[in-house]
Design a protein. Structure first.
Length: 348
């Protein structure tokens, strides 16, 4: 049982260790407790908390440090989130409003803000959807026989690419281009757009087939990109300042660079019924990140597309401040996407 005094001791140890990174001894606790307790009594209480798995002693004569279990108990029962001032709230809202109409850029902006305000790594992942289709494609003149091809999917993904043309973008070229797009590509699932589909445009394009080839090839590349899960990570270098990660930092950075394991973990999370989760230490399913704290939150947008926004740092983070910013950024993104989803339902 964790009584009032043990709770107070545990709270002080967690908060002091977060601040200093140094083990906490009985003498320090005597000074920090709001009431008078002998060093012997404190040592007994610390020994009891160690037996319960809340504290560990790394050296025989040293103080105690919190375990993963202590951080979990602290977050769930003791922590008081810090207030975010109105200035920072407005700054975050304005930053996220810039790309409110583009979910992919919105979530990428949110990942940047998470890394900036938490000094951890922020990430977002747009998950693949085999049912996502091409909603429309446009061709915008860019001068000097160049054009910008812009594709929009039913899942609200926007992809674009600059293409070099072997001819002028004249009226006939544009007419044939849109004829091919509307007859062969619009409504086609992204995973079905390939070179075979491009070759079938020969019957429509006829003598302009060679001219159209660069544009249609670029469209194939955009479809392939949009059909795959995309993980964006911001602020990986912030983790270099997390002393708690020690020598494991390079293994962690390697996992983040590879991305495949993180995407797999995210997909497993989205298949659960949980909307948001915070995983501390060994609660993380991936062995390579078992000395980190990870926050995950999933979103549904567009035509039932799924995405995840999150944060990753060491277990010794400033939980009251970090979680306050992460939760606020997540809530702003959630509200923006809800407004967009509501507008789409009304139009439908």
């Amino acid at each position: 049982m964790i009584n009032e005094r043990r709770t107070a001791i545990l709270n002080i140890i967690v908060e002091q260790y977060i601040k200093t990174g140094e083990p906490i001894g009985s003498k320090t606790l005597c000074l920090l407790l709001p009431y008078s307790v002998s060093s012997a009594t404190i040592r007994n209480e610390m020994a009891y908390l160690t037996e319960l798995g809340f504290l560990e002693q790394r050296h025989t004569s040293g103080g105690r440090v919190p375990t993963r279990l202590a951080y979990r108990y602290y977050v769930d029962n003791l922590m008081q989130e810090k207030e975010i001032n109105d200035y920072n709230k407005n700054l975050i809202f304005e930053s996220l409003s810039v790309n409110a109409g583009d979910p992919e850029r919105l979530l990428a902006d949110a990942a940047k803000l998470i890394s900036r305000y938490t000094n951890c790594a922020g990430f977002c992942c747009m998950l693949d959807d085999s049912l996502d289709c091409i909603q429309g494609v446009d061709l915008i003149p860019a001068g000097n026989n160049k054009a910008m091809i812009v594709m929009l999917t039913l899942g609200s993904k926007i992809k674009s690419s600059l293409v070099n043309l072997p001819c002028r973008l004249d009226d006939e070229f544009r007419y044939i281009f849109y004829e091919v797009i509307n007859r062969l590509f619009v409504g086609k699932p992204l995973i079905q757009v390939n070179t075979a589909l491009v070759q079938s445009s020969l019957l429509i394009a006829r003598h302009r087939t060679f001219d159209l080839l660069p544009v249609l090839t670029s469209l194939c590349a955009l479809c392939k990109e949009a059909s795959q899960s995309k993980l964006t990570i911001e602020g990986e270098t912030n983790l270099l300042s997390h002393d708690e990660l020690g020598g494991d930092i390079y293994k962690l950075l390697s996992v983040l660079a590879d991305k495949k394991k993180i995407i797999s973990m995210i997909k497993d999370f989205t298949s659960s019924s949980t909307k948001s989760a915070m995983l501390i230490g060994e609660e993380n399913p991936l062995y390579d990140i078992k000395n980190t704290t990870t926050v995950l939150s999933k979103f549904t947008y567009g035509n039932n597309q799924q995405a995840v926004l999150g944060m990753l740092g060491s277990t010794r983070i400033d939980y009251p401040a970090v979680l306050a910013y992460v939760k606020y950024i997540i809530s702003v993104v959630d509200n923006i996407l809800e407004v967009q989803n509501g507008e789409r339902k009304e139009k439908a």
